[in-house]
Write a protein that binds this ligand. Structure first.
Ligand code: TYD
Ligand code: MG
Length: 456
């Protein structure tokens, strides 16, 4: 090999986003991360001078047999729903989350019940010893016969074990610990993760098992190392939550086989994760119905209506610029709603600090919670509680109109099931909405109308 070729194989790669560079840089020009470049040796690639004969010719799409392979149900209701109805055979799923949030526990529980139904399952751990995993498994019950354990970090060894054992499902905990024999870089670096991810993808797609990958998350809350991994896999899930409160939310970021709005709710108990059977009731359990600054919104997370309490607090701002602090809601959206409140409903929060949050620590992105945010702010500012049995839904436009929401009737029924007797719904939704018996449905066309309706 010439000296020039050897030199060409060394390059610097940003460990945050995967941006390559021929020389070391203090700041990544692509993602802006500081001090993120590390030297990596690239694997030699075969020269592309000769055109190889295709090993598999292209197929006509209409000649491809459409075999709907059944999904593998893990038995964890919430997990299956977030996946879009179960695990698709041959798919690659990435689960990200903070350390200690319960990723290993969740996956071990999932493979426990898969193995209990007789499916061969391989659990590969590069982080914990067999003894440590066995200790954890002890808290979840007795391990089924068809659950196999492998403590290994070399990806070629793992692929060898998969080829020999032919499991239906494989868990790899975690992708950051794997090493590829062609790579000289340290485990967890971008090139290692990319190569190992690609090797596992090729294995899954070649009629192989469904593979569940665990990925660590950085301080900033994105999957550590590579974004490349997110593009590679079929499904990306995030497992998050408040460690103090013991609840966990499983959320989809990408799903080639289902909706990306689904959330699954779990509670961490002494014997593993338990699904929260009635999330709305659970989210509202600490609500004080007569408190000013609190409004209940009916949001639709994926296929499931969820009642969430929006809390607002306004307080006189003493220093310079009034503050706006938001948790669980979109910051820009909240600022926009404050402007709409001022211009379209005459409620000014100009000299006030405004704090907004979703009770229970959930984050909601649906615009249908706009109306609840606006009403909560108005309620806090005037120190007047909203009626305790009122639930609201509606998107607020810049003009102060209330826009229609999808599936208003389902939302109303969910509110009724939880004992709410009155619902504020967008005016345009009223036309095709069957009122559930015993429920008072009030249509509002503008923000000003909504404020008048809650006052009356
Ligand atoms: P773990 O699955 O190891 O987290 P991760 O793989 O995301 O790093 O979860 C660890 C936490 O969960 C740990 O603090 C102990 C707790 N835990 C329980 O509370 N109950 C249980 O049954 C188990 C297995 C763990
Ligand atoms: Mg773990």
């Amino acid at each position: 090999m010439s000296a020039r070729q050897a030199k060409a194989k060394l390059q610097f790669v940003c460990q945050a986003c995967g941006q390559p560079s021929p020389k070391w840089l203090g700041r990544c020009p692509a993602c802006g991360a500081w001090n993120s470049f590390a030297e990596e040796r690239q694997a030699a690639r075969p020269s592309s001078a000769a055109v190889p004969a295709p090993s598999r010719p292209p197929l006509r799409l209409n000649e491809v047999s459409r075999q709907e392979t059944g999904r593998l149900r893990t038995g964890l209701e919430e997990f299956d729903r977030v996946l879009g109805g179960g695990l698709v055979p041959g798919s690659l799923v990435l689960i990200g989350g903070d350390p200690g949030i319960g990723k290993s526990t969740l996956l071990l529980q999932a493979v426990f019940s898969l193995a209990q139904s007789g499916l061969p399952v391989l659990y590969v751990s590069g982080e914990e010893s067999a003894g440590q995993i066995s200790l954890r498994a002890g808290r979840l019950g007795s391990a089924p016969d068809s659950l196999w354990l492998l403590c290994e970090t070399r990806v070629d060894e793992i692929l060898g074990a998969i080829a020999a054992q032919r499991p239906a499902v494989v868990v790899v905990d975690s992708i950051q610990t794997l090493t590829h024999p062609d790579q000289g870089a340290v485990p967890g670096s971008v090139s290692q993760i990319r190569e190992c991810g690609q090797a596992l993808l090729a294995c899954a797609k070649a009629d192989g098992p469904a593979i569940l990958l665990v990925g660590h998350v950085t301080k900033e809350g994105v999957l550590a190392g590579p974004r490349v991994l997110e593009h590679l896999v079929d499904t990306v899930l995030y497992f998050e939550g408040d460690r103090q409160q013991g609840y966990r939310v499983l959320r989809t970021v990408k799903n080639r086989f289902g909706s990306t709005n689904e959330v699954g709710l779990f509670e961490m108990t002494a014997s593993g994760l338990q699904a929260v059977p009635d999330p709305s009731r659970w989210l509202l359990k600490e609500r004080h119905p007569g408190a000013a600054g609190s409004a209940v919104a009916v949001s639709l997370e994926g296929t499931r209506p969820l009642l969430v309490e929006i809390q607002a607090l306004t307080a006189t701002a003493y220093f310079g610029m009034p503050q706006r602090r938001v948790s669980g809601l979109d910051y820009n959206r909240c600022c926009l709603l404050l402007a709409v409140l001022e211009r379209r409903a005459g409620i000014s929060v100009g000299g006030q600090d405004v704090f907004l949050s979703v009770a229970g620590g959930l984050s909601v992105t649906e615009p249908a919670v706009d109306l609840a945010v606006a009403l909560a702010v108005a309620s806090s500012l005037k120190d007047q509680p909203l009626p305790p049995s009122l639930a609201v839904m509606g998107e607020v436009s810049l003009g102060g109109d209330i826009r229609a929401v999808s599936q208003a009737e389902r939302r109303c029924r969910e509110a009724q099931q939880l004992g709410f007797q009155r619902c504020l719904v967008p005016g345009p939704n009223l036309a095709d909405l069957k009122t559930p018996p015993g429920m008072d449905i009030v249509g509002v066309a503008t923000l000003a109308e909504a404020l008048a309706a809650v006052r009356g």
